[in-house]
Design a protein around this ligand. Sequence first.
Ligand code: SF4
Length: 510
Amino acid sequence: MGQGTQLPVVNHYTAYKAKPFTRAQRKDVTILYGGLTWKHERLIQGALRNLKYNAEPLPNIQREDLDAGKEMIDVGACSPTIFTTGNLVNFLKKEAAKHGKEEVNRKYVYVTAGACGPCRFGQYHESYSMALDGLGLRDFRMLLMAQDELDQGENGGSGLEVNMSLMLGLVWAALCADLLGDLEYLIRPYEVTPGQTEKVLKQSVEYLYELFLNRPSRGEKYGALAWHLTTNYFTKALREVRKMWDTIEVDRLRVKPKVKITGEFWLQTHEGDGNYNIKRWLEQENSEVIPPAVAVWFDYLMHPLIHRMEHRHAYARHPKAMQFTLKLAERLYAATYNRLRRALASLPNELPDQAELARLAEPFFHFELRGGEGHMLIGKALYVYHHKKAHMVCELSPYSCMPNTMSIGAMANVLGKYPDLLYAPIEVKGDSDVHALSRCQMILTEAKRRAQTEFDDALRSTGLTIDKIRQYEVEHPELRKATYRVPHQGRAGSAANYVLHLASARGLGK
Ligand code: SF4
């Protein structure tokens, strides 16, 4: 190269690096977050405000968020990435139009879960940063919280401290919201007065919001953990919540197919346009929905390490001690969830055994294939099938999602072995609801037929009639309370289980 030749200026790619969010800024900055249901987000808000953070969930996902996301990030992204990016973009755009970009950079930080991984989840923040660039908000602060560590110290400055107290607040808030969600979906299809479940649900969420807002401080380390595991602070409150649900009258003789929702984490958890509001749609189609619990995901995060230790696929200096500790943690987690469930009369669903999910899925999907929900999609479908917990499985698969594509492929093999498993894989692009819902409807028709047959068989085998049951209910009004627990009798449908329960526990029938 001759003397005086100018080298071209190269602008190397630099990854997004958040500007610090300092402790001194805490009182003037609002933490934005999202991605769960409104129930989870409200309780999480209580937990964050309890630790003196200003916190606001992003508005619930709308159809316009898909368009905004498509404009801003690469078109091959999976639909949850597009929706969530668009959701943040639309919020920031509105705020910037009202208050200016400088004010948006100063006033907000966005906190999102982070992870490395084989799928888009490991790159969500890259999509967000691409969108922030496009909006001219390169200085906007976005913080990542690793989803599998309870204590991560200061995150991007000392404004947000990801310590034990914060993480326990978030986890307990998510567990309580899951339990309320289970009650909601279990009871609403059978409520006698339309809208009553919704009303009680809102009251319960606000009651628990106050509970998290006033959560006593027990330090930032293991003292906080010990307190959360042993206190009756949460169970006492949940017993009060149960009294609120006592007031709802239900008609358990409505025959409805039960639909288990599975799929990609965000898509299955979400309630809104991001998944065509499919849970509400299924209820309108006269079904009962089993919603996915975030609690199952937490359990799943813990389990791979246990499995790898058992199969000697992971290194630890003291493998036996490590294995013991992990198993103890898993047991304590399940015991905590069950304690909370019991405070709600054990009405919410129990956590499935992770070892069983892995064992059921094993012939079809290798346990160590990570990404998305991994083997759990197949494990859950077979779990509800074998335990007769649902008539059909509706798997929500995001458009352009690699892990879900693998799971749907493997399900073809599962269906070859279990041809009577009713399975509806719904690909969600966000803008083709008629196609997706009509596909679901086809399988639902058969599920309805099975629910009716199961109910008729239950009546026949017990010799009961609807009139006789109605008459008995008049004499025993507790049966029509939403919180009366009908134990599982080996049938998928709630109405069939109810009939069999009346025959076995109440001596009705032949
Ligand atoms: S699991 Fe699928 S939808 Fe979810 S982040 Fe990964 S690629 Fe996207």
